[in-house]
Design a protein around this ligand. Structure first.
Ligand SMILES: *[C@@H]1O[C@H](CO)[C@@H](O)[C@H](O)[C@H]1NC(C)=O
Ligand SMILES: *[C@@H]1O[C@H](CO)[C@@H](O)[C@H](O)[C@H]1NC(C)=O
Ligand SMILES: *[C@@H]1O[C@H](CO)[C@@H](O)[C@H](O)[C@H]1NC(C)=O
Ligand SMILES: *[C@@H]1O[C@H](CO)[C@@H](O)[C@H](O)[C@H]1NC(C)=O
Ligand SMILES: *[C@@H]1O[C@H](CO)[C@@H](O)[C@H](O)[C@H]1NC(C)=O
Length: 524
């Protein structure tokens, strides 16, 4: 009797365990991806800094088809353009990023036009857009909107800011070492005096500095990713650019250098000694003929930590106004002066109490063409087909945007004004424009990598919840380095993008909701 009951009990326990094991296994395999991501979080590592050699070959769970097993990126030889198309015409893998979801990319859509409700514009109730210039030119401008010459302010009074230090310093940031202000620009700026173009790159992108600076003529804060043996050629490239290419580079560009803590170079000269050596200008540029496959970064399979670079460059900018951009995007000439004039005038939109940023429309150019000197020239190029709206080829539906036509149709005027005010809702819910902003704007999530895409999503969400106004400028724009991109499939990157989406959805978005709250119409 006793033994029989005992046996029944034992049998039931075994059965239970079997069921539990089965169910557990099932759940584990379903959640493999999430487990992996949470593991990342727990270990305090950044997605951006993970390299393949450190990934488990199999996920901890039995879901062999999930997460880590697929977490292999970037074939060394595949440097093709991607869905985001940020590779340049030579096929280098570009750290330049404008997100895939920037459907509207550069172009400004107005879905609602208060002055002309009958216009053929697609409607979306949530998009708040005004054409301020039309308002201005119409008779019924409220008096408060009118600009009175007498109120012209001194820039110093219009821009409330503190001057910042450019002292070199070494510091840790997430899983990285950063040499801030490693090679400072020779020209110093007070915080109200200019706008800083902030960007990131590896040394193979330094060829962009000359066309960029010839147009920008102002301070640039550049964070350079230089892990392991990429460090020495990076230093050479910086010296070469400063000594041999254009005096504008040493005058305006402040270089920061960063690398993962597991990829510290053998030697790091002190900031003071590094510029004492000069480059041999009769040699070819250190980046000439360097393929992406030859980079340490590629060989070590390091994901490009785009947001570390963005944040380092942004935080080190000494001016109040900043233009966080990608190094292959060149601004229209005269932008700084015209923008500061607008600030000095305190045009009515600038007095709005909402936080605001100033997006710039972006255009692509055909290979070999001259860069447009102004909007009039850009429009001619759009008409003869040598320029197209950014990502027109990658996202054919995106160019067909009513308000972009109006931006293009609006005749160039002198100076700079706010053309529309948009919000990141409705049609724009995933909009990730490039804009002039300030140090007060939210930074970028350092867990996201360039390869994983969606790297500006979290900032975009914060801007939406904080009710930012996107005050789009009329005569200013960005052009991409000449060479129009076409779509190529990159399955590995697509896979990583899926992982990143899971990370954003399951981990980052809940955090953002706690930190910034929620708001109707806002999404990551
Ligand atoms: C306002 O200033 C502009 C440029 O400084 C000048 O051309 C214009 O004549 C001024 N208008 C008035 C009413 O003073
Ligand atoms: C610079 O490079 C050229 C070409 O290789 C070489 O002939 C020359 O000696 C070098 N100059 C210096 C100062 O190293
Ligand atoms: C570029 O590299 C290739 C292969 O390494 C070499 O054959 C070619 O001569 C190089 N071209 C230049 C301009 O250095
Ligand atoms: C635009 O640039 C072209 C070429 O430099 C010049 O001829 C033209 O006058 C400029 N237009 C305006 C409106 O500044
Ligand atoms: C297109 O227009 C630009 C700007 O006027 C001009 O420089 C270029 O030669 C034109 N290209 C063609 C193919 O017409």
């Amino acid at each position: 009797m006793f033994t029989r009951r005992n046996w029944v009990l034992r049998l039931s326990i075994i059965l239970n365990i079997a069921v539990l094991l089965y169910v557990g296994r099932h759940i584990a395999s379903k959640n493999g991806g999430v487990d992996f991501i949470e593991e990342l979080q727990a270990s305090g590592r950044n997605l951006a800094s993970i390299d393949i050699s450190q990934l488990p070959l199999e996920p901890a769970s039995s879901g062999g088809n999930s997460a880590a097993a697929k977490f292999i990126i970037l074939d060394n030889t595949d440097r093709s353009a991607t869905a985001r198309g940020q590779s340049n015409s030579e096929g280098k893998q570009s750290p330049t990023v404008v997100s895939a979801s920037d459907v509207a990319s550069s172009i400004i859509i107005s879905t609602k036009k208060p002055t002309k409700p009958s216009s053929s514009v697609a409607t979306s109730e949530q998009s708040v857009v005004m054409d301020l210039r039309e308002q201005k030119s119409s008779q019924s401008v409220p008096e408060t909107l009118q600009y009175v010459n007498g109120t012209m302010k001194k820039l110093e009074d219009a821009v409330k800011c503190h001057d910042r230090s450019v002292e070199p310093r070494t510091a840790q940031r997430s899983d990285f070492w950063v040499l801030y202000n490693y090679i400072p620009a020779t020209r110093k700026f007070r915080c109200h005096e200019s706008i800083t173009y902030t960007t990131h790159a590896d040394y193979t992108f330094l060829d962009n500095l000359v066309p960029l600076l010839e147009r920008w003529q102002g301070p640039v804060s550049l964070a350079m990713h230089a892990p392991g043996t990429d460090f020495a050629p990076t230093l050479e490239a910086i010296r070469y650019a400063r000594d041999c290419l254009s005096p504008l580079i040493s005058e305006f560009v402040t270089f920061h250098v960063f690398f993962g803590t597991r990829h510290v170079p053998k030697q790091v000269p002190s900031a003071s000694s590094v510029i004492k050596e000069s480059a041999n200008c009769s040699l070819p540029a250190p980046w000439a003929n360097v393929s992406s496959a030859a980079l340490y970064k590629t060989k070590a399979k390091i994901l490009y930590p785009v947001n570390i670079g963005r944040n380092v460059a942004r935080e080190s900018a000494v001016t109040h106004y900043i233009l966080p951009s990608d190094i292959e995007l060149y601004p229209s000439p005269g932008l700084i002066q015209n923008f500061l004039d607008m600030v000095r005038r305190q045009d009515p939109p600038l007095l709005h109490t909402n936080p605001k940023v100033f997006p710039l429309p972006i255009f692509e150019l055909e290979k070999g063409v001259e860069l447009p000197a102004n909007k009039t020239q850009l429009v001619t190029m759009l008409k003869n087909g040598t320029a197209i709206p950014f990502h027109k080829k990658l996202c054919p539906g995106c160019h067909n945007i009513p308000k972009s036509k109006e931006w293009i149709a609006a005749k160039e005027t002198t100076g700079l004004h706010v053309f529309h005010i948009g919000k990141r809702t409705g049609y724009f819910v995933h909009w990730e424009p490039i804009f002039i902003g300030t140090h007060y704007d939210p930074l970028y999530d350092e867990r996201l990598s360039w390869e994983g895409k969606s790297d500006k999503m979290t900032q975009g969400y914060a801007l939406c919840v904080l009710d930012y106004e996107f005050q789009i400028l009329d005569n200013a724009f960005l052009v991409h380095k000449p060479g129009i991109k076409t779509m190529k499939k990159d399955p590995q990157r697509a896979m990583l993008a899926g992982k990143t989406n899971a990370l954003i959805r399951k981990v980052i978005f809940p955090e953002l909701k706690v930190l910034y709250g929620t708001k109707k119409g806002c999404a990551v």
